[in-house]
Design a protein around this ligand. Structure first.
Ligand code: GLA
Length: 756
């Protein structure tokens, strides 16, 4: 049991030994917040953590009283959780406790993706009802605690139990009031080709936020924020994270008030949102996930990774090894035909690749990005015998087949647009802004979702297609839909995302064995909402190994390695023009769902042989690299950013792979040891190093687990030293963009303990 209720004190304490969350009914019936974060003992009241008694902001308007569902206009002037306009136009609410229940497990949220419990014993859900008598609005505050995870899930359901329609203007998924402001705020921000860079700054009085008003979670900011204590590191110190299981417009915000308390909130962005709640109707917010860590940002990430990998992702691919793919995009762009693709696939097969992905350009008459989105009919000029023949020939090679689609879009130059111009989002009588010569289909309309279901079911059942890369390459402008009356246009963005989820739900249900990968100009919708349907996402269009260090590091703050598709591309890199060693490109991409994005028919024999060794090396360690515990060691966002290091270790500490990357070479390298984590301190490890290629290792030594964690692995001078090498500054400098991979295997028996 994790939900403890004290009926006399009207106080709840959700506790599982890893995180605590406490609330109570205040004297005026409102839901007060007492504590969130560090695990506290149960049994004793925590009521003194809030005001001794609270009957509303009668005298001290603006005092920082911690609340679960703050509303505007009643004395709390900080940002609200809920703004609901009543029939008189006022947004004043008086949400009073009206009962609660506790259920084992975790309910699904209607129409929305969410985390889940596979067995009711894994979680317990507390639902607290709050009622505003004058309007009849009933707010259900739903909090799920998982039995053995330092995480909580929160969502609200609003039900209109009154006789008049209400308008929801803001419905945050979670608000979290913290008693101090001694935190640094960490967010993930960037743009195309440099998504999810880590930004870390001190909290200051006022509001600080990231968000999206683009109709997608976006390339610019991720629906995630974390607070860390000033001295928290990757493995020590307090950190709290909020993540939103949602793919549309979002807001993630911190507000520090004059008394230096902090209010966090996360949910659908209230700008450009409103929702009409008719009598009897309900509205459920997306789910927010709160994680707590006393082991720094690393501990926070591990909590998100474990939850999202195993209790957000679903379907058979959740736990299956993800195939090594070769995608033809950077190899051919739009310029291919049947024979060229089969030649690429044949070469890929010889290298050990498992699945060939045909990217953009196979449908309509698409020789560039000017036309054909919407016309999901194979282009017979390029594939005269159709998709069936291509899939047959690719499969005959012993490869599986993947296909790119961009279902949410339409080019004005397409048969679909000519037939249904009103299906594209826009305001009649006004110009529509085009981006990449395309418009967004109005997925808020059920007939559009039905059409896309039919068109895509036809494509995906026309041949055995094992993988789908579902792209989305522009954001929504001129938001307006003919399907809603003027006073309900604020529903469009959310209804659009509900339409996307519905289409995903139908297609993943119809093709349960197909692996879906999401994509949005690279990582423009890399969010927990889509991970519930597509267990992996194309992390970024930037395939440059050096750029990927920052992108993959930042992404890993919230998302597991199994969700991050990462490919080796040709050099000079198509995004940066940089020439990095083939070894380094693979050593970076292997920390993820690995593959290639290049033309193997254009490679030298030496490079082909090396790629074959890379694939074999990866396949041998794939489970560890996709599903192991990922630990960040050295940040590309710290210091001069010249070094990055990370590792992945299995649950028992038996086997690990460490990646160390150095951007620029410097002469006379300073002495450098890399301290590892997650190993068995009592065991000895065989440490094997690869530095220039995946053939014979550079060397191999035996070292103790405690030493590797407390003292570290030798980077400069290198340990192991390459055979025959002497450490001198000149001989061991391997140039810019260098990488080293270390594999650690535990040697039995252990030095101390059982086998010693
Ligand atoms: C987007 C994707 C790329 C590729 C192209 C095709 O940019 O992110 O990976 O699929 O579209 O047009």
């Amino acid at each position: 049991m994790t939900v403890h209720w004290d009926p006399a004190a009207r106080e709840w304490h959700l506790a599982n030994g890893r995180v605590s969350f406490a609330m109570r009914v205040l004297e005026n019936g409102w839901l007060g917040h007492l504590h969130a974060g560090a695990p506290l003992g149960v049994g004793a009241s925590l009521r003194h953590l809030g005001p001794a008694a609270f009957a509303g902001f009668t005298n001290r308007v603006g005092e920082p009283v911690a609340l679960e569902v703050p509303v505007p206009g009643v004395g709390d002037f900080r940002v609200p959780a809920l703004v609901v306009e009543g029939p008189d136009g006022s947004t004043v609410l008086d949400l009073r406790y009206a009962g609660h229940r506790v259920e084992p497990g975790k309910p699904e949220l209607p129409g929305l993706p969410s985390t889940y419990a596979e067995d009711p014993a894994e979680a317990e859900t507390l639902e607290i009802d709050l009622r505003d008598e004058p309007t009849g609005l009933l707010v259900t505050v739903r909090t799920t605690m998982f039995a053995d995870r330092p995480v909580l899930a929160r969502s609200l359901t609003l039900a209109n139990g009154g006789g008049a329609a209400l308008t929801v203007r803001c419905a945050m998924s979670a608000v979290l009031d913290l008693p101090d402001a001694g935190w640094r705020l960490v967010t993930l921000s960037g743009t195309w080709a440099r998504e999810r860079y880590v930004h870390d700054r001190a909290l200051i009085p006022g509001r600080q936020s990231v968000g999206s008003l683009r109709g997608a979670s976006g390339l610019e900011h991720n629906p995630f924020l974390a607070l860390r204590r000033e001295h928290a590191t990757e493995d020590a110190g307090e950190a709290i994270g909020l993540s939103l299981v949602y793919s549309g417009n979002f807001l993630a915000e911190a507000e520090v008030d004059p008394f230096h308390t902090t209010r966090l909130r996360i949910g659908i962005h209230p700008e450009a949102f409103s929702w009409r709640l008719e009598p009897g109707a309900t509205f459920t917010t997306p789910e927010a996930v709160l994680a707590f860590s006393a082991e720094g940002l690393g501990g926070l990430s591990e909590a998100f990774h474990a939850l999202y990998r195993s209790r957000l992702a679903r379907g058979p691919w959740r736990d299956r090894p993800r195939p090594v793919v070769l995608n033809n995009w950077e190899a051919t762009y739009f310029d291919f035909d049947h024979d060229r693709l089969v030649a690429i696939a044949a070469r890929a097969k010889a290298l050990g690749v498992e699945l060939f992905v045909l990217d953009d350009g196979w449908f309509g008459r698409r020789d560039n990005d000017d036309s054909s989105l919407g016309d999901w009919i194979v282009d017979r000029r390029k594939l005269p015998d159709g998709l069936e023949a291509l899939v047959r020939d690719v499969r005959a090679l012993g490869l599986r087949f993947g296909l790119w689609i961009e279902p949410e879009m339409v080019n004005p130059d397409s048969d679909l647009f000519r037939a249904h111009p009103d299906w594209a989002i826009g305001v009649p009588g006004r110009a529509r802004t085009e981006s990449r010569q395309q418009l967004v289909l109005d997925l808020s309309r059920p007939e559009v979702v039905d059409h896309l279901t039919e068109a895509l079911v036809a494509v995906l059942s026309s041949a055995p297609i094992d993988y789908v890369k579902w792209d989305m390459n522009r954001n929504i402008t001129e938001p307006w839909t003919p399907s809603l009356p003027p006073d309900r246009q604020g529903e469009l963005f959310h209804r659009y995302i509900l339409g996307v989820y519905e289409l995903y739900r139908r297609l993943t249900a119809r093709f349960p064995d197909t692996l879906f990968e999401s994509c949005a100009s690279g990582g423009g919708r890399f969010d927990p909402g889509l991970l519930a349907f597509a267990p992996q996402a194309w992390t970024s269009d930037d395939t440059d190994a050096v750029e990927r260090l920052a992108i993959q590091w930042g992404t890993s703050l919230a998302y597991p390695l199994s969700s991050m598709a990462a490919h080796v591309a040709a050099v000079p890199n198509h995004q940066t023009g940089r020439i990095t060693p083939l070894f380094t490109r693979a050593a970076v991409a292997m920390f993820g769902a690995f593959g290639y994005e290049l033309d193997p028919t254009a490679m030298t024999d030496a490079d082909l042989a090396e790629v074959a060794r890379q694939v074999a090396w990866y396949l041998e360690r794939r489970e560890l690299l996709q599903y192991g515990r990922f630990l960040r060691l050295r940040s590309p966002f710290e210091g001069d950013g010249n070094e990055t290091a990370w590792m992945v270790v299995d649950a028992s500490g038996e086997r690990a792979v460490v990646g160390h990357y150095r951007v620029l070479a410097h002469p006379q390298p300073v002495r450098n040891r890399l301290r590892l984590r997650g190993l068995d301190p009592d065991a000895r490890y065989r440490v094997t190093t690869w530095a220039d290629g995946f053939g014979a290792p550079v060397g191999s030594v035996e070292r103790a687990g405690d030493e590797l964690m407390a003292v570290g692995l030798g980077i400069e001078p290198p340990d192991p030293m390459p055979a025959g090498a002497v450490f001198d500054a000149i001989r061991f400098i391997r140039g810019d963009f260098a990488a080293r991979l270390f594999e650690l295997r535990r040697i039995q028996p252990r030095r101390r303990g059982a086998g010693a």
